[in-house]
Design a protein around this ligand. Sequence first.
Ligand SMILES: [Zn+2]
Length: 230
Amino acid sequence: MKKMLEYQELDIELNKLKKSSLDSSDRESLAKLKAYIVESHNKGFQLETDAEELLNDYNKLKKQYDSNCEKVQELTSTDLNTITLDKVDSFLSQINSLSSELFLLERNINIIITKIKNSLKDFDTTKKNIIKAKEKYNACKDKCEKAVEAVAPKIKAIEEKMKAMEKDVPQDLLAKYNTLKGDKIFPVFVTFDNGHCSRCRVEIPTAKVNKLKADGSIVCEQCHRIIYIK
Ligand SMILES: [Zn+2]
């Protein structure tokens, strides 16, 4: 059991090292930056699609506007003497309605131009933000990689030590250990603490305590760890 516990101590240390290099705040910012970059890319695509639609709308309105202008020009260049008196009213009302249509079209075109300008500005800001976020992301990634590199030799040393210990540890205990660890029950071996499981604090019934004293270990019914007497 002593060897097994030494083995577990190393494993705990190994876990801490792996966690320290993977759970840092840098890693958290890395994930956040990545999400931000993906989000901004999507926003950029959306802005591009929107801009295309706006441009289509603009072209449609411009075509209509140009054609109306032509019509107005045609009408205004008509020699008034050729128009009979009874047609004058309809002639003038045609010019009037075309003019008000032109006025509306012009207004709508200006609205679209403003929208396109805003969209381009937005696109530009998004692009700049992506570049900045990418720079930050790379710096953060470097830092994280360095953190992993820094602990890598320590991790390797512990892993080698554990590997070497494996043949000295009772094989049945090691098999149990690996099964429980595989079920995410870790640490596997915990101490008996004044009538309780030291891990989950459940109280151990007297019969079980006697069994523990006789066999050296029992399985905790609540947290499924192996309880041993120190
Ligand atoms: Zn327990």
